[in-house]
Design a protein around this ligand. Structure first.
Ligand code: EPU
Length: 417
């Protein structure tokens, strides 16, 4: 894997446009399996996770072109096949094939999905919900295998507001006879984008953006065109970069209100912001104030995917702040990398840590642990004294498109070796 070399303490200034959302593009690509005709997807981020998923879709017979952030998928020759092979273990999002394959072919067989190591990431919500629609779980140990003679609309109360489980149920239910109601559905912007895409193809989903989705099954879905929403998590990452380097940066291309709770924390820290329709501008702030607590939870609460990046800001803020990661128990491990740079914290338990600031960070060799922890290391390097070498940046490439080019354009001293 490549390495980033970053010389810190360069102020970021200017304007940056975020790419399309990874977490919207992944389920939407899987949903093209449900269509009868070609689908054209615009604003698709050119990142490793998208390329991995495209290879899986090609294995299923999809004809796919991907250039200039546009993906054209022609599903006319798709056929079901067992997806039991190693490649699948690299990405958690492969679980999103389960719903479409079951709806289209009445069976799905795949290796257990891998992806970022974020503690236990079970699939019980996916399986129990698909069972409610009439799926039978044949195996769920090493291999995931589901089959059905016929799916039928049902009332489903999800046991967790899981993002990808909601997406799987929606994708299975749109072609399922009868009415399906999904209660305690996830409402993240990427879940909404998937539902909007499916409706463009002829699906009948109402309640989009709420915790109750009503789906009336249709016989088939046509092809169509859709532009993937901008990545609000990337927008949050750049906003933190701007605040850390005390620069003035306009971040365009995502709905800033998807991060309202994050902006509340910015305000608590005293960072001035201007929100517009499709952009946010972060203004310089000399000294960061104090935040008591950051607690991650499902949308619209503080996103777990910005917990590690925000913690870097906390190393520069005044006093102690408790970080409470409610979703994933493995998502505080990146702190040990920040410790090598001088960060001060105490891990209270697998879900909670207390970060003490402000501390001087110094560039040393560190490593990227997952997509978001990797982004956090880049942020720490931008504010650190000296040069930071970040290894394993393949993780960052999985989720961020052209990160170093975008940062360099804003004034960062970053290179990939
Ligand atoms: N959960 C269960 N059982 C399940 C599924 C989930 O108990 O069957 C629990 C999890 O343990 C966790 C919670 O439900 O506590 C939420 O997990 P969720 O299923 O929502 O996570 P996910 O769908 O696997 C998506 C994103 C992640 C993001 C989480 C939370 C995609 C492709 N992935 O994962 O994104 O962290 O939602 O918002 O949409 C990333 O982009 O870096 C990333 C990891």
């Amino acid at each position: 894997m490549a390495t980033y070399i970053i010389k810190g303490k360069k102020k970021l200034n200017g304007s940056v446009k975020v790419s399309g959302s990874k977490n919207a593009a992944l389920p939407i690509l899987c949903a093209t399996l449900l269509a009868d005709k070609k689908c054209t997807l615009k604003n698709v981020p050119d990142i490793a996770d998208i390329h991995s998923l495209i290879s899986l879709l090609k294995t299923l017979g999809c004809e796919i072109e991907f250039k200039n952030n546009i993906v054209i998928v022609d599903p006319k020759n798709i056929k079901n096949r067992s997806m039991v092979f190693e490649g699948i273990c690299n990405m958690r999002a492969s679980i999103l094939l389960l719903g479409p394959l079951l709806a289209r072919f009445g069976k799905a067989k795949m290796s257990y999905p891998g992806g970022c190591i974020l503690g236990k990431r079970p699939v019980d919500v996916h399986l129990r919900s698909l069972e409610k629609l009439g799926a039978v779980v044949v195996e769920d140990n090493e291999i995931l295998e589901l089959k059905t003679t016929k799916l039928k609309g049902a009332e489903i109360v999800m046991s967790e507001m899981s993002v990808t489980a909601t997406e799987n149920i929606v994708m299975a239910a749109v072609l399922t006879e009868g009415k399906t109601t999904v209660r305690l559905a996830a409402t993240e912007p990427h879940v909404q984008d998937l539902c909007n895409f499916l409706n463009k193809l002829g699906a009948k989903i109402t309640g989009i953006g709420t915790n109750i989705l009503n789906i009336t099954g249709v016989k088939n879905l046509r092809g169509g065109e859709h532009s993937i929403i901008g990545d609000y998590l990337e927008a949050g990452t750049f906003a933190i970069a701007a605040a850390l380097t005390k620069g003035e940066v306009e971040i365009k291309g995502a709905n800033p209100h998807d991060l309202d709770i994050v902006w509340n924390k910015f305000k608590e820290l005293g960072i001035p912001l201007t929100l517009a329709k499709n952009s946010v501008t972060v203004h310089p702030c000399k000294f960061l104030g104090h935040v008591d607590k950051v607690r991650t939870a499902v949308y619209p609460s503080f996103p777990t995917d910005l917990q590690a990046p925000f913690a870097v800001l906390l190393t520069q803020a005044k006093g102690k702040c408790q970080v409470y990661e409610t979703l994933f128990e493995g998502r505080l491990n990146y702190l040990f990398e920040l410790e090598k740079m001088g960060a001060k914290f105490e891990i209270l338990n697998p879900h909670q840590a207390e970060i003490k600031g402000p501390t001087k960070l110094t560039g040393v060799p560190i490593s990227s642990w997952d997509i978001r922890a990797g982004a956090a290391m880049v942020l720490a390097a931008l504010v650190a004294f000296g040069t930071t070498e970040i290894s394993n940046i393949g993780f960052i490439d999985r989720g961020y498109e052209k990160l170093e080019q975008k940062l360099r354009k804003l004034g960062a001293d970053i290179k990939r070796v």
